[in-house]
Design a protein around this ligand. Structure first.
Ligand code: NAD
Ligand code: IPM
Ligand code: MG
Length: 382
């Protein structure tokens, strides 16, 4: 079997985390005799520096001739002053649109090992968090007409939010199909009490649900309520279907429930087997180059790639299990238990007992990647 992957490392921690994910992918390919071809191309800030364009045509062409794309992250302070259309983030939006990747799946589940890392109380976490945000990715306010003009002597800016029926129908089907393989519950999140686009979104999702998926339970929530419910009772959710902007915001919130934004992978799909896989977090300029970024979201994105593009579900599960295994042994700093302020008289005792009790070691990005890759090799060579 041949596998051609376009690799878009991007900016900030992008190259660091993608390198670890590739280590894991290479192990899978070695163990299964898959002929892996990696084509690295620039996107985002590095592409601007190299070519003046955040998404060079060569990058698009490479993606189009690949089976799948693995992406790190784009953006950073160096390019923040550029006009919206020339920014690194525009490269990411354009590649999603060019490749027709309208359905963005962002699964958030708490690994049992990370229950105490969640900012939520134990009683809430233990009720179970295992949800999937299905975010519409190529429409809405991100892609509407935008501009700035002088009106009455002051600057005025606008971003148009528009959704058409066919865009909502296909994201609704993606959400119902996903729910059919999970717990058969879809929550449509919108702002239908205020926005025309949300009223259409809600009614089209309801129509598709009633007609094509009568066995799947559908409910509705306004986005403000949904963001509150996510921290108050996240266990109620199975699949959340929502528009581009609300999905962006809710998925960062959902990510943090799992202990770190560095844990959430994503798959961007367009209805065929082709997909773009990336962590949901950004380029984390504050920690870039330090070797401390958590690579697990990117490694889990490779698992999603194997499952969705290559139907290698068993291998995806092996990677997920290796990631879970790593959590009991070594972690990047974002997932280390918060340092306790020891009482003076008990300081040494607490450190000693706490250290041995958790048995956890702080790892660099590379050490964690090595650990997961070795676990995957061990499992596949059994
Ligand atoms: N998909 C993408 O490429 C993407 C997504 C979000 C933001 N961005 C861009 O990234 C840049 C920074 O944005 P931001 O700071 O708002 O969001 P961010 O997600 O990059 O970082 C938010 C916080 O989370 C931490 N963090 C993120 N990923 C981590 C990881 N893997 N391990 C440990 N800690 C991690 C960061 O250190 C930071 O404190 C901006 O230019 C933004 O536009 C890109
Ligand atoms: C960088 C930005 C364009 C992007 C988005 O808003 O979609 C990011 O926040 C994400 O979640 O992938
Ligand atoms: Mg985001």
């Amino acid at each position: 079997m041949d596998m051609k992957i376009t690799v878009l490392k991007g900016d900030g921690i992008g190259p660091e985390i993608v390198d670890e994910a590739i280590k894991v992918l290479k192990v899978v390919c070695e163990c299964e005799n898959i002929n892996l071809t990696l084509d690295e191309q620039p996107i985002g800030g590095v592409a601007i520096d190299k070519t003046g364009d955040p998404l060079p045509q060569e990058t698009i062409d490479s993606c189009k001739s690949s089976d799948a794309v693995l992406l790190g992250a784009v953006g950073g302070p160096k390019w923040d002053a550029l006009p919206t259309d020339k920014r690194p983030e525009k490269g990411l939006l354009r590649i999603r649109s060019e490749l027709g990747l309208f359905a963005n799946l962002r699964p958030a589940r708490i690994f049992p090992e990370l229950c105490s890392n969640s900012p939520l109380k134990d009683s809430i976490v233990q009720s179970g968090v295992d949800l999937l945000v299905v975010r519409e990715l190529t429409g809405g306010i991100y892609f509407g007409k935008k501009g700035s003009e002088q009106i009455n002597g002051e600057q005025s800016s606008y971003d148009e939010m528009r959704y058409s029926e066919h865009e909502i129908e296909r994201i609704a089907r993606a959400a119902f199909d996903a729910a059919a393989k999970r717990h058969r519950k879809v929550t449509c999140v919108d702002k239908a009490n205020v926005l025309e686009t949300s009223q259409l979104f809600r009614s089209v999702v309801a129509r598709i649900g009633a007609k094509e998926y009568p066995d799947i339970e559908l409910s509705n929530l306004y986005v403000d309520n949904a963001s509150m419910q996510l921290v108050n009772n996240p266990g109620q959710f199975d699949v959340i279907v929502t528009g581009n902007l609300f999905g962006d915001i809710l998925s960062d919130e959902a990510a943090m429930l799992t202990g770190s934004i560095g844990m959430l992978p994503s798959a961007s799909l367009g209805g065929s087997g082709f997909g773009l896989y990336e962590p949901i977090h950004g380029s984390a300029p504050d920690i870039a180059g330090k070797g401390i970024a958590n690579p697990l979201a990117t490694i889990l994105s490779v698992a999603m790639m194997l499952k969705h593009t290559f139907q290698m579900t068993m291998h995806a599960k092996v990677i997920e299990a290796a990631v879970e295994e790593s959590l009991s042994v070594l972690r990047t700093p974002d997932l280390m238990p918060a340092e306790e302020e020891p009482a003076h008289s008990l300081g040494g005792y607490i450190t000693e007992v706490f250290g041995t009790r958790t048995g956890l070691e702080t790892a660099t990005t590379g050490e964690l990647g090595d650990f997961v890759a070795n676990e995957v090799r061990r499992a596949l060579e059994k």
